[in-house]
Design a protein around this ligand. Sequence first.
Ligand code: PLP
Length: 238
Amino acid sequence: MTTIASRLQNVKNRIIEAAKKAGRDPESVQLLAASKTNTPDKLREAWEAGQTVFGENYLQEGLVKIRALSDLPIEWHFIGPIQSNKTKLIAENFSWVHGIDREKIATRLSAARPESLPPLQVCVQVNVSGEITKSGVDPEKAAELAAFVSEQPRLQLRGIMAVPELTAVTALQREQFQMMREVYEQLQQQGFNLDTLSMGMSEDLENAIAEGATMVRIGTAIFGPRRYAIPEELGSRQ
Ligand SMILES: *Cc1c(COP(=O)(O)O)cnc(C)c1O
């Protein structure tokens, strides 16, 4: 049986290879473990293998794990779509939020971020696949939203994130990552102080790193295939 520790090592090796191939420092790519549907025990196993940064997609499920693993100084990222009635608990319980796609969400997260905590570290989500079902702002609107986010007192804008359309055609996939790199560089040229380009998952981390990803979000390749139904102990997806 493949253990989480060995899968994790395999992912790290892939990151190192991809970075070297792109002429980049492997240290410039951070690994976020996308842990949705996995039980706290699995996350603990990953922690014991050296993983300290985890991303969750669903609030209730994430809160169960944050509570169960409160003895570990994990850095929790919220990487799922954000409903406005969830902003308070997200702002109170996570260090990072990747999917800011509208002003209302930014305003609410900032207002709810407790003074006792550092500013919430955030990314603006950009839609580079043009799919109606995917959230994220159009690339042309990214600067406007980035400016708005930057003005929020309790948010610190770190970069942009994307969940590109999965396509079997490598060239198309690469195009989406390329578009992200362009948006990222344009924002930097406009004076935004960014250090995070959040893109790349289990299937496509090599292409993402080739196009400059600084944070890859990896689930399946670390934890194994996801079960369709989430374990009862993790609660409902509300
Ligand atoms: C599930 C998920 C991932 C990881 O996907 P894998 O293909 O399992 O690596 C990354 N980002 C987001 C936003 C996700 O929901």
